[in-house]
Design a protein around this ligand. Structure first.
Ligand code: CP3
Length: 342
């Protein structure tokens, strides 16, 4: 299938584009009234994630509503722990919760390296349906959590400011942590390869809890597993690594075969550009900037775009869009990027 709009894909390959492509992390979700309407008719988040035709529908909603340059498959990073044997619940207004967590060697032993076709078939089917229904309008992004971020949820059992149980494991039982990280990595690699076979044009690795590790632990317990994922996927599709809070890891990522580095809003694009060679950079408007007036959103977006001059750029926020963001302001962000000729 020829893509009608391949700006995002070309930028993700490091090629020059007529204008900067734009999409938003968490673009499919509560900012859109059509998402809230569909979601309201269902038993919960998991029903949406696990019903491929519905997941495909909400994946495409932001393409219609916001006219962004890429679709990201509607799913969650927590489907991987579930496929490995650890069920999650999504508690309304609170977030994820794991009734059982990983605490011991026996717990790690019990986890399986999941076969994506057997245990994550619903995501693969959602990708196939989305690909067909998109009919080449825009490229499709597949994704997974980075092994460290997945470990953090598996050990902690829920979100946390400190993830102290997960960090305690790294200090007290580093060998066990490595065993668990390798099992997650093996699952993630075959899962992302299956996503590509099902239609993903690009894959993104989300390391949302990168920033709570000290740099030495990050190298030992996170980036070396991300490196395995990049090595396995880069021959197939362009890979993006987004490690929130890990500004000190840019030089490590620059040496990996990933093509794009995602920036959060604390990072300085010019500084990252200087450290990251010819990588494509993605980001990094502060999600809170979208709380401004139309004029303020436009000005903040243009200021962000100017900071990325000098190399390939994919415009995005520095993290997922906040659920109480006015969708009209998201449109101002998208339209400002599209009108920009830096
Ligand atoms: C850490 C993380 C999770 N999930 C994800 C991450 C990594 C990115 C990041 O750091 O934000 C990734 C994710 N989750 C979701 C997507 C969909 C695709 C997209 O539009 O970007 C993606 C890429 C849907 C979702 N995942 C979730 C929702 C909201 C639930 C709902 O609609 O009821 C959506 C749309 C739930 C979720 N899922 C997770 C949390 C902590 C929560 C609760 C917080 C919240 O409610 O926003 C785990």
């Amino acid at each position: 299938m020829m893509l009608k709009n391949d700006l995002f894909l070309r930028a993700a390959r490091g090629e020059a584009t007529e204008r900067t492509p734009v999409w938003l992390m968490r673009q499919a979700g509560r900012i859109l009234p059509e998402y809230r309407a569909l979601r309201g008719r269902l038993s919960g988040f998991k029903e949406l994630v696990e019903t491929p035709a519905l997941a495909a529908e909400v994946t495409i909603q932001p393409i219609d509503a916001l006219d962004v340059d890429a679709a990201i498959i509607f799913s969650d990073i927590l489907v991987v722990p579930e496929a490995m044997g650890l069920t999650y619940e999504m508690i309304e207004a609170r977030g994820p919760f794991f009734p059982e967590t990983i605490q011991s060697a026996a717990d790690v032993e019990k986890l399986r390296v999941a076969d994506p076709h057997e245990h994550l078939g619903y995501v693969l089917e959602a990708l196939r349906i989305t690909k067909k229904e998109l009919a080449g309008r825009v490229p499709l992004i597949g994704f997974a959590g980075a092994p460290w971020t997945i470990l953090a949820y598996m050990v902690e059992g829920h979100g946390s400011k400190t993830f102290s149980k997960a960090r305690r494991l790294l200090y007290r039982e580093p060998a066990l942590a490595h065993q668990l990280l390798q099992k997650i990595t093996d699952t993630t690699i075959t899962y992302l390869q299956a996503q590509v076979a099902a239609g993903a044009d690009v894959v993104q690795v989300f390391d949302s809890w990168a920033g709570i590790l000290p740099p030495t632990h990050y190298a030992e317990f996170s980036s070396r597993y991300i490196a395995q994922i990049c090595a396995a996927l880069a021959p197939l599709v362009p890979v993006t690594v987004f490690a929130k809070g890990a500004w000190w890891a840019v030089e490590d990522f620059a040496a990996l075969p990933c093509r794009t580095i995602g920036l959060d809003w604390n990072q300085n694009p010019a500084q990252v550009r200087a450290q990251a060679g010819d990588k494509t950079l993605q980001g990094n408007l502060d999600p809170a900037a979208l709380y401004g007036t139309r004029e303020q959103v436009k000005a903040a977006t243009e200021a962000m775009l100017r900071q990325f001059a000098g190399g390939p750029h994919i415009a995005n926020l520095g993290h997922g869009v906040y659920p109480d963001t006015d969708a009209d302001n998201v449109r101002v962000f998208v339209d400002t990027v599209k009108a920009w000729r830096g």
